[in-house]
Design a protein around this ligand. Sequence first.
Ligand SMILES: [Cu+2]
Length: 206
Amino acid sequence: MKRSHTNSCILALGCIASSLIMAGTAHANSSVQVTDSSGQAVPDAVVYAELVGSPQVAKSATAEIQQKDKKFMPFVTVVQTGTSVSFPNNDTVRHHAYSFSPAKPFELKLYSGKPAAPVVFDKAGTVVVGCNIHDQMVAYIHIVDTPYFAKTDANGTARLPSIPAGKYVLKTWHPKQPSSATIQEQNIQIDSNGANLNVKLNYKAG
Ligand SMILES: [Cu+2]
C-alpha cells in the first residue's frame, strides 16, 4: 500500500498533502532488551509481536543463509511464514544442508554455489539446519506468523519495525531454550510512541 502510493506520487501535487498525513500517523519503532536468568544480555534471541487473534501470513519475502568457512551464517534467522530462504554455498568445499524439524524437513544434496531453488518455510516453528558432511555446522530458523519481528544484537537489544497501535503478545525464543519449555510470552500494548520493553528469559542463554 505504502509502496504503490510512493510510486504513484511522482509529480502529483496531492501527494504532498497525503504524505504529511501519513507522517502524522507514522508509528514509532519499539525496542526490546533481552536478558537471561543470570542477568546477562542475550544476543541471537528472536522477539516477535503477534496481534491478538490475528495471525498474518507473508506472501513473498526472501532471506539468505550462506555457508562460509564451514559455518552457516547467520547462526539464527527469523522469517515470516511464506518466506523463501536460499542457501548459497560460498565455500570451495561442498555442503549438504538438511533439516529433520517437523516445521520443514528438507534436503539440499551435496552442492557448491547456489542451489537450484530456495526453500519455502510455510509453517510457524523452529527449524534446525545441519550439514551432512560437517557435523559442527548448525543454524536455526524461527518462523513466525507476524511481520513484526527482530533479532537481538550483541548487546541483547532487538529493534522491532514500526508496529500499528494495538494489543499484542510479545514472544521470545532463543536456541538455548530447553526443548521441554514453551515459548515465553507477555501481553503488551503498543501505542503511537512505540514501546521500550524488557524480557527476562527463565533459562541461561550464555
Ligand atoms: Cu558442510
